[in-house]
Design a protein around this ligand. Structure first.
Ligand code: AMP
Length: 299
């Protein structure tokens, strides 16, 4: 089993109505790989600057994340700043300082090329396509994207989508890319562009999976207090693909179970700032929450 995750490892400055935290560790690859690390040993491909703390890299390693593909370049790490108002589903990007991420040209190390699963976090779709060209027959490929690329590089995005099995995006992005205001129709339209599964992230309402011949909905865990919603989507992707890498089976039954594990990992990520909740999280807590999800929907 092997899962390669490509994306950002970053400093995030987060402001919620209650607290502001400066330069805490974030980035799509950080959240996804830590969430996946509870199921498998993900290999990461990312870049940081010399300002990135070595203790954090040691923390990733201690969690079983293979950091050989994490490049350390001279310069500053990627820094993103976001603000949440009273509605945790709505966030405003205050600034994005790309720094060393600007020239990020992800290269797969020889042993990474033989990965079973490749997860392309939200980066330029041309770079995502380039990574796919370096991989040798992965069993499953997945990608995330965002409105920036849908607006600015729709052709590249649709070209890359042709080579992808699982596409993750939020509901607004799915509608925008498919140019259809009905979410189900929009998801089904995107299936015609290549993927066999569209995973629509719906924030506090969970996620909707649209496969070739099934639709599956998974709730978000009913959290009474959301501390920091950042990274929920990436943690969902990490939990989802980490589970699939562990079981090495992509049947509809396993896909459904993977989606519940995705939602479980997202629900933990938002309980604390940045990646902090993954520090104390135990396998037992994950198992307990998985059972809670079962109870939530059984009748
Ligand atoms: P999520 O909340 O799951 O959508 O992901 C939030 C993470 O995405 C934050 O930790 C940011 O560091 C990271 N991020 C924000 N903008 C970008 C970008 N343009 N490229 C790569 N990562 C980004």
């Amino acid at each position: 089993m092997s899962l390669v995750i490509v994306g950002s490892v970053a400093f995030d400055t987060i402001e919620t109505p209650k607290i502001r935290r400066e330069r805490i560790v974030g980035g799509s690859c950080s959240y996804s790989s830590l969430a996946a690390s509870f199921f498998t040993n993900p290999k990461i491909v990312a870049v940081v600057g010399e300002d990135f703390p070595s203790e954090v890299i040691e923390f990733f390693k201690a969690k079983g994340v293979d950091t050989q593909g994490l490049e350390i370049k001279s310069g500053k790490s990627f820094h993103w700043e976001g603000r949440y108002g009273n509605d945790p589903n709505i966030r405003t990007t205050i600034r994005t300082e790309l720094n060393v991420f600007k020239d990020f040209r992800p290269q797969l190390l020889p042993e990474y090329r033989r990965a079973d699963i490749i997860f392309l976090g939200n980066i330029d779709p041309d770079l995502q396509e380039d990574i796919l060209a370096q991989a040798q027959n992965p069993r499953l490929t997945a990608m995330d994207s965002m409105n920036l690329w849908i607006e600015n590089k729709p052709k590249s995005l649709l070209r890359t989508l042709r080579k992808i099995d699982v596409f993750f995006a939020n509901d607004e992005e799915i509608k925008m890319l498919a140019q259809d205001l009905n979410l189900i129709r929009a998801g089904k339209k995107l299936l015609e562009h290549g993927p066999s599964l569209i995973v629509i992230k719906k924030g506090e309402h969970g996620a909707l999976l649209i496969g070739k011949d099934y639709v599956f909905g998974v709730l978000a865990y009913p959290c009474e207090e959301v501390v920091d919603p950042t990274g929920a989507g990436d943690s969902f992707g990490g939990g989802f693909l980490g589970y699939l890498d562990k079981v090495q089976s992509f049947t509809e039954k396993d896909i459904r179970k993977a989606a519940v594990f995705g939602s479980v990992m997202a629900s933990f990520a938002i309980e604390d700032f940045g990646i902090e909740r993954f520090n104390s999280l135990s396998i037992q807590e994950i198992g307990k929450r998985f059972s809670d999800f079962k109870k939530l929907v059984s009748f």
